[in-house]
Design a protein around this ligand. Structure first.
Ligand code: MN3
Length: 252
C-alpha cells in the first residue's frame, strides 16, 4: 500500500481525463479480493457505491440495439430492486458501509446470506453494466494497451469476441459473461450464474471484471424474445471500449 498516494494521484489524473467517469468515484483507491486466503489488492478505477446511481444516458440512447422500454424497466425495476434489497441486507447483517467497500464485501460474500449474495452481486453487476455501454457512436474496438493484451491472451480481437460471445450464449439460464483480469495477470473469459460475479470468493474463476454482459432474459426479451445470440451480437455495437480501456489502464 506504500504507493497509495502515487496511485491516488495517477487515478485522479486518469479519472479526470476520461470523459464519463469524472463524477466523484474516488471513495476507495483500492479494492481487494481474496485468493487462497491472501489479500490481493487491485486498483479499482471506478468503485461501485452502495446506492443506485442515475443512468449515465437516456433510456433511448442505446437504440436500436437496446430499446428504451427495456432500459427503463431494467434500471427502474430490476436493478432498483437489487439496490433496495442490498440496502436491507446491509442493515440486517450489520455491515458498516463506511468501512467496507462493496468490492470487499463481495470478496467475503461467503460470510453473508443468500439475500446479500444475490443483491450485492446484482447491484454491483448492473452499476458496472450501465457504464460499459454508450450510444453507438463511440469507438468499436479497444485501443493500445488493452488491444495488445487481448491479442496476446486470445490470439486476436476476433478470437476474443468469439470466445466471449460463446460464453454468453452458453450460460444456461440466467447469468453473466465476463472479461476478467486474474491474479495470475491473465485476461480470461468467464461466466457466472444468477448475480454472482468474479469478485466473489465463491466464484469458480476469480478476477477483476473489465467488462460483463447481462444475459438474463429481462435484459433482452422485449426486443429479442428468445434470441439471446442476436442480443449478444447487437451488444458489441454499444460496448463502450473507452470505459473498458480506462478500467484496464488503471489496474494493469
Ligand atoms: Mn439485469
Amino acid at each position: 500500500m506504500s504507493n497509495e498516494s502515487n496511485y491516488d494521484r495517477r487515478q485522479f489524473i486518469t479519472t479526470t481525463a476520461k470523459a464519463g467517469i469524472a463524477s466523484g468515484f474516488l471513495i476507495n483507491s483500492f479494492s481487494s479480493f481474496a485468493k487462497n486466503g491472501n489479500r490481493i489488492y487491485h486498483r479499482s478505477p471506478d468503485p461501485v457505491t452502495y446506492k443506485q446511481q442515475p443512468l449515465p444516458y437516456t433510456y433511448n440512447a442505446l437504440e436500436p440495439y437496446i430499446g428504451a422500454a427495456t432500459m427503463e424497466l431494467h434500471h427502474t425495476k430490476h436493478a432498483a430492486a437489487y439496490a433496495k434489497n442490498l440496502a436491507e441486507a446491509v442493515i440486517a447483517e450489520g455491515v458498516n458501509i463506511e468501512k467496507t467497500s462493496l468490492e470487499d464485501l463481495l470478496a467475503n460474500i461467503s460470510s453473508y446470506s443468500t439475500k446479500m449474495r444475490n443483491n450485492a452481486g446484482g447491484h454491483y453487476n448492473h452499476e458496472l453494466f450501465w457504464k460499459l455501454m454508450s450510444a453507438p457512436t463511440k469507438a468499436q474496438v479497444p485501443t493500445g494497451n488493452l488491444l495488445n493484451a487481448i491479442n496476446k491472451n486470445f490470439g486476436s480481437f476476433d478470437a476474443f469476441k468469439a470466445q466471449f460471445s460463446e460464453a454468453a450464449k452458453n450460460r444456461f439460464g440466467s447469468g453473466w459473461a465476463w472479461l476478467i483480469y486474474t491474479h495470475e495477470k491473465k485476461l480470461l473469459v468467464a461466466s457466472t450464474s444468477n448475480q454472482d460475479n468474479p469478485l466473489m470468493n465463491i466464484a469458480e474463476v476469480k478476477g477483476f471484471p473489465l467488462l460483463g454482459l447481462d444475459v438474463w432474459e429481462h435484459a433482452y426479451y422485449l426486443k429479442y424474445h428468445n434470441l439471446r445470440a442476436d442480443y449478444i451480437n447487437a451488444w458489441w455495437n454499444i460496448l463502450n471500449w473507452q470505459y473498458v480501456d480506462s478500467r484496464w489502464d488503471s489496474i494493469a
